[in-house]
Design a protein around this ligand. Sequence first.
Ligand code: NI
Ligand code: MN
Length: 228
Amino acid sequence: MPKLIFHGHATCTLEAANGSRILVDPWFEGSPVADIGLDEVPDPDFIFCTHGHEDHFADAIPLARRSGATLVSTFEIVSFAQEQGIENAHPMHIGGGYDFPFGRVKMTPALHGGAVAGDESGRFTTVPGGFLFDLGGVRVYHAGDTALLTDMQLLRGAVDVALLPIGDNFTMGPEDAVRAVEFIEPQVVVPIHYNTFDLIRQDAEAFRADVGDRARVEVLEPGDSLEL
Ligand code: NI
Ligand code: MN
């Protein structure tokens, strides 16, 4: 059975039906909320990064180097990683899907910033994205950092579990996240990208109440897991 392990902020591990470990937006070193330290992260098979900001990408290159995991992100971020010596890397881009050994992943649009942490030249600036994972029947949407997008209506019927930012300030806040739930109509919503620091402090229980009977809201603390 596929499983989601939440590590805090936007970082999570997905365990696919075939046993693949998929790490999304790894940020352990320096994260105020991560459940484990970078040294304790089990070696993943794949590392997916929605965008290049430090709180989503900081540990991707060190973990890819240590584990040999395949790093998956936009063409520009993958090019940057390859320049840093990462050999196992898979470039994708917005709107494109690919059949990985564990299932299909499609890269979805996000409206946010595109700088790549560590790229001092600015040559690898990219558009940010999200990912729609099909983990052997369970479809998980990690929205990345984004504003509310009317494009999210296109995901209706395609998502079982939606990981949506609710932190406000840098991404959509709870009110827009409720509208995203209306657009997407997932069965389960996991709020992410909040309570990491003061600027994105939110009340997840109030968000749950506002979602009401539109979806089941699973409020996960860092270290919590959810059977999918
Ligand atoms: Ni960001
Ligand atoms: Mn972020």
